[in-house]
Write a protein that binds this ligand. Structure first.
Ligand code: ZN
Length: 130
């Protein structure tokens, strides 16, 4: 599965895509290698962090909101989403995860998450396993 579409529901949210990415790794047949997870978008990001306590995700969104106020930027004159661009830039569009034993080598508390900053939208997630 080289690409998947995720339908986001909110203006800002973090969506756990660990199971879909893990399934892509299993289907690739790669036992030892690397898994790249990447979003081809300017106002979304990929992060690896904890989702066992969903408050962690809300805390991350709140912290970014405090760092990057809305409506204070030049690009807001164009389409009013400069804060979303800045937050997406801070987090980055992708992560690379080691593949071991045919699966993702994540830590116990790590999940792979799509971060939406300008939703709701349909977001493409590219998964490359080599
Ligand atoms: Zn924009």
């Amino acid at each position: 599965m080289p690409e998947m579409i995720i339908h986001t529901q909110k203006t800002q949210e973090m969506i756990d895509i660990t199971s879909q990415v893990g399934e892509a790794v299993r289907r690739s047949g790669v036992q030892t290698g690397l898994c790249l997870v990447y979003v081809p978008h300017a106002t979304a990001a990929i992060v690896i962090n904890e989702n066992a306590d969903p408050n962690v995700c809300q805390d991350i969104l709140d912290a970014l909101g405090r760092m990057v106020p809305e409506g204070a930027w030049r690009h807001d004159r164009v389409d009013h989403n400069a804060a979303a661009h800045i937050k997406a830039t801070i987090l980055g569009p992708g992560e690379t995860i080691p593949v071991r034993g045919g699966g993702l080598r994540l830590g116990t508390w790590q999940s792979v998450m799509l971060v939406e900053f300008d939703g709701p939208r349909d977001r493409t997630v590219i998964v490359e396993v080599r």
